[in-house]
Design a protein around this ligand. Structure first.
Ligand code: SF4
Ligand code: SF4
Ligand code: SF4
Length: 252
């Protein structure tokens, strides 16, 4: 039987999520089970065909990347957004809140004016996305689960628990209740809460829950944090996510 054809594309990003894939403990089985048709980071020879699954990592920040993801969509049965950059704009979405032209001039001088940067949006607002693997970087086990589901012919489904549940299962005492702003109650869990377990607040790298209780979260945060601190909390990895945009001061 022919192996499913897989492609991994990267846009504007740090490629850290692809590194997590390469480090998967199931990488041998993954390489045996799929034909990697396009994987720039992992192999020398790449080609364009029709893909069974395309993973797209990175933020879309140029019109060239908009055209590229549309082309990938046309060639793919199933598209997976890989990591916070693709799922929710990632760090590059901070461009949405700054004077990008000033930044370009600062780094590149007059030449910077020629560099195009568009408003950064989640990939799912540009093309249809069938599944997301969240996080900055992704959790390897999430990638392994999506791959197993695809091999079994199942549509990957996400669980819907907040980071707080992971945090509680680790026996941590709550940072939010001790006065430290934390996005755990409104953020998708499944990461194992490494940040609060290290006494650092969750700053939402896995993006918002499907129906986050933003009103209750903001009421709590306003008692312990300044408006600037609240904006900073939601304006980091996932500021282009719908539910976090308004809080982070972005466009709805
Ligand atoms: S989500 Fe994070 S780790 Fe993954 S590519 Fe983007 S910046 Fe890198
Ligand atoms: S520290 Fe953060 S993630 Fe942990 S229980 Fe409190 S609010 Fe939730
Ligand atoms: S605790 Fe929050 S910021 Fe840390 S990995 Fe999990 S979702 Fe990301």
């Amino acid at each position: 039987m022919a192996k499913p054809k897989v492609a991994i594309f990267d846009l504007t990003d740090c490629e850290g999520c692809e590194v997590e894939i390469v480090n998967s403990k199931y990488i041998d089985r993954i390489l045996e089970s799929f034909e990697f048709v396009h994987f720039r980071l992992g192999q020398k020879t790449n080609k364009w065909e029709n893909f069974d699954v395309a993973f797209i990592e990175g933020s879309v920040i140029t019109s060239h990347e908009v055209e590229l993801v549309k082309k990938i969509r046309e060639h793919s049965k199933f598209v997976v957004a890989l990591g916070s950059c693709a799922c929710f704009g990632g760090i590059a979405a901070l461009n949405n809140f700054t004077d990008v032209n000033e930044g370009k001039r600062y780094v590149y001088g007059k030449e910077g004016e020629k560099i195009e940067v568009i408003e950064v949006k989640p990939l799912g607002e540009i093309i249809k996305v069938d599944a997301m693997i969240r996080g900055c970087p992704i959790v390897r086990e999430d990638f392994d689960k999506v791959v197993s589901d695809l091999l079994a012919g199942k549509i990957p489904r996400e669980h819907t628990r907040p980071v707080c549940m992971d945090c509680k299962s680790k026996g941590n005492s709550c940072l939010l209740l001790k006065g430290t702003p934390c996005a755990g109650p409104v953020t998708y869990g499944g990461c194992g809460a490494p940040c609060p377990s290290s006494n650092m607040p969750c700053d939402g790298c896995r993006g918002p829950l499907e129906m986050p209780e933003m009103t209750a979260e903001l009421e709590l945060l306003k008692k312990i944090a300044s408006q600037d601190d609240i904006i900073r909390l939601f304006r980091k990895y996932t500021s282009a996510a719908q539910a976090f945009r308004a809080v982070g001061g972005g466009k709805q």
